[in-house]
Design a protein around this ligand. Structure first.
Ligand code: M6R
Length: 605
């Protein structure tokens, strides 16, 4: 979730570039950089760390009127000065900033290296500037070089280019990563998001996928990928800076809930080749997969719920047993740890102290360690033998949403990968992979049920307790639904296996108790329905979340998820329960992004 700014005009570019980047800080970043064009040369400054550190490198009297800026949220290559953007070609005549993921960067890099190009960073983005250089040398027309370059890229990009060949011009291209344009009497602007522009103009143009723009001081020209001119239609941006940073939503949590389709899409990007999974870091592990005797999934909080989901899948797909242990318990559980043990650690932040402590123990015993982490270069990612990144982007709200659903999907692919490595053929693999690929659209569909969840959440207004029930793969969903609700609304919420109710918890059910029940697993759904009826008989108000086919006439409140493999129902259900918790907390007037007593990253044991 990098931030990009660009300016060309009659005024110095630097003030806009820096204020714009600071307005984009909410996107999260670990390094920052700018390039200014002074006619004869490109001057680039970049550094790991905060914008303040970049500003320390800059002298006060930089009057260049064309430049680009970048804040980097690392995805390929750790946060470092070298990996920070902008990236330049060898002659330092072209400078590029990029937001997105170039999926085919390894192939492109190899091809360019065969042509004598030398790379200086670990990033995927550097291939863009080298490709531009290559095509510009073939024919020195930058627009054509840019069109040829972006046509070679698979994946997502928002790209901004400056060059000494046209010192007053900025070239911009966009596909699946955001980019907005703006114009004022002082010049023309581009940025990853509108807050960067709002001090200068409220008339903005959000670029569409497959467009390129050429910015000059007094005009912007827009083209499609065939080079055909397109019309630029300005829109008036209605939000103030603060709500714009939240994408127009009331809170970061709501913004992050709505980012899930793209977060899932990015996390799954490049993970399949036909019916096979693509995880080179796992293939490269020095492991004798046939000799694995124990497997552990280890994490805290929401990530722990993702582990429970993964453990059920692992048993189902591989027929092998594994254990799931909260990281805070792991060291005291006498786990059986040796070189035949596989330990999988899951963490959004990659800094959770309990998870790190469990990881250190596993490493000291020679276990094979894999992590599923969201923050690149974090402690957990650095210390495991192999790391797989969720591409959720920065998660600011304390309550985890997009990190959870991206953990579910990445763990799902990891379990399929492990089955492949064990030589086990997973039944229905084609359908599973087809549905995994379809999850971003499924998530969009389920987000459209927001008004229904808002209405249902009104039931929580005067409640002190709420219960979530489910069986099999619906059980981690119940746990996560209960955690979300208690975290942000302070309603006491518990989750139970639906079949366990009658062994005790049903004593808690009384007239009007709110019970949210998931019944998405066909092999067990009839039994779950009987369990739900047991609560209805005791006066509970039941919200039933189920698939499109389950007969549910006898229930008053039914929410249907789209048709999807039952193994993936956990994703749409999680989204519904996030919305339910969100509106439940709104009913109670809670501060949603900053719940009491909680920290985003728990770095103490
Ligand atoms: O950064 P991590 O994923 O390791 O954090 C683990 C938990 O602290 C975290 O999931 C916590 O439970 C969230 N606030 C849940 O919304």
């Amino acid at each position: 979730m990098c931030g990009i700014t660009g300016f060309t005009g009659s005024q110095p570019a630097l003030p806009f570039l820096l204020q714009g980047l600071s307005r984009l800080e909410y996107r999260g970043y670990d390094s920052a950089g700018i390039t200014l064009v002074n006619g004869k040369a490109l001057r680039t400054w970049k550094t790991k760390g905060r914008l303040a550190q970049l500003e320390e490198l800059l002298s006060k009297d930089l009057a260049e009127s064309c430049g680009i800026g970048h804040t980097r949220w690392a995805t390929h290559g750790v946060p470092s000065n070298m990996n920070a953007h902008p990236h330049m070609n060898e002659e330092e005549t072209i400078s590029v900033v990029h937001n997105g993921i170039v999926e085919n960067y390894a192939e492109l890099k190899e091809e360019l290296m065969e042509n004598g190009y030398v790379f200086h960073s670990e990033t995927d983005s550097e291939v863009i500037v080298q490709l531009l250089d290559y095509y510009y040398n073939e024919k020195p027309v930058m627009k054509e070089a840019l069109l040829k370059t972006v046509k070679r890229l698979t994946g997502s990009y928002a790209v901004c280019v400056t060059t000494i060949f046209e010192p007053d011009t900025i070239y911009v291209a966009k596909k699946e990563s955001p980019m907005v344009l703006g114009q004022s009497p002082e010049g023309t602007f581009c940025a990853s998001d509108a807050p960067a522009l709002l001090e200068y103009t409220r008339e903005i143009y959000p670029m569409q996928d497959g467009q390129i723009a050429i910015l000059n001081a007094d005009r912007i020209d827009l083209f499609d990928l065939k080079g055909k001119r397109q019309e630029l239609k300005w829109i008036h941006f209605p939000y103030d800076i603060q709500s714009a940073q939240k994408g127009g939503y009331d809170s970061y949590m709501m913004k992050e809930i709505h980012e899930q389709p793209s977060a899932i899409r990015e996390t799954l990007r490049g993970r399949f080749h036909g019916n096979k999974t693509v995880m080179p870091v796992i293939d490269q592990l020095d492991a004798d997969w046939d000799s694995i005797t124990n497997t552990y999934f280890i994490a805290c909080g929401t990530a722990y719920h993702a582990c429970i989901y993964a453990e059920i899948l692992y048993r189902r797909y591989t027929g092998k047993m594994s254990s799931v242990i909260p990281a805070s318990e792991f060291r005291y559980s006498n786990p059986s740890l040796n070189e035949h043990t596989l330990c999988i650690f899951v963490s959004q932040s990659g800094e959770t102290a309990d998870t790190l402590a469990a990881l250190r123990l596993a490493k000291s015993k020679g276990c094979i360690t894999i992590s599923v982490v969201n923050v690149l270069g974090s402690s957990i990612s650095r210390q495991t033998d192999a790391v797989l990144y969720t591409a959720a982007g920065p998660e600011i709200a304390v309550a985890s949403t997009k990190a959870y659903t991206t953990q579910l999907v990445l763990l799902h692919v990891l379990v399929l990968k492990l089955a492949e490595l064990y030589g086990i053929r997973v039944r229905g693999i084609s359908r599973l992979i087809r549905d995994l690929r379809h999850l971003p659209e499924i998530t969009e569909e389920v987000l459209a049920k927001e008004p229904q969840m808002k209405e249902l959440a009104k039931m929580l207004k005067d409640q002190k307790d709420a219960y979530f029930i489910g069986r099999q793969l619906d059980y981690p969903t119940a746990l996560e639904g209960a955690l979300k609700l208690k975290e942000i609304s302070y309603v006491h919420a518990d989750a139970y296996y639906a079949g366990e109710l009658k062994h005790g918890p049903i004593a808690l059910i009384e007239e009007n108790t709110v019970v949210t029940a998931m019944a998405t697993q066909p092999e067990i759904a009839a039994k779950t329905i009987s369990n739900i009826k047991e609560t209805v008989a005791r006066g509970a108000r039941v919200i039933l979340i189920t698939d499109p086919f389950m007969s549910a006439q006898e229930f008053e409140y039914v929410v249907r998820i789209p048709d999807i493999s039952p193994e993936l129902a956990a994703v749409p259900c999680a989204v519904l329960l996030q919305l339910f918790a969100y509106y439940g907390a709104m009913e109670k007037g809670c501060d949603i992004d900053k719940p009491r007593n909680l920290a985003k990253s728990v770095t103490v044991e």
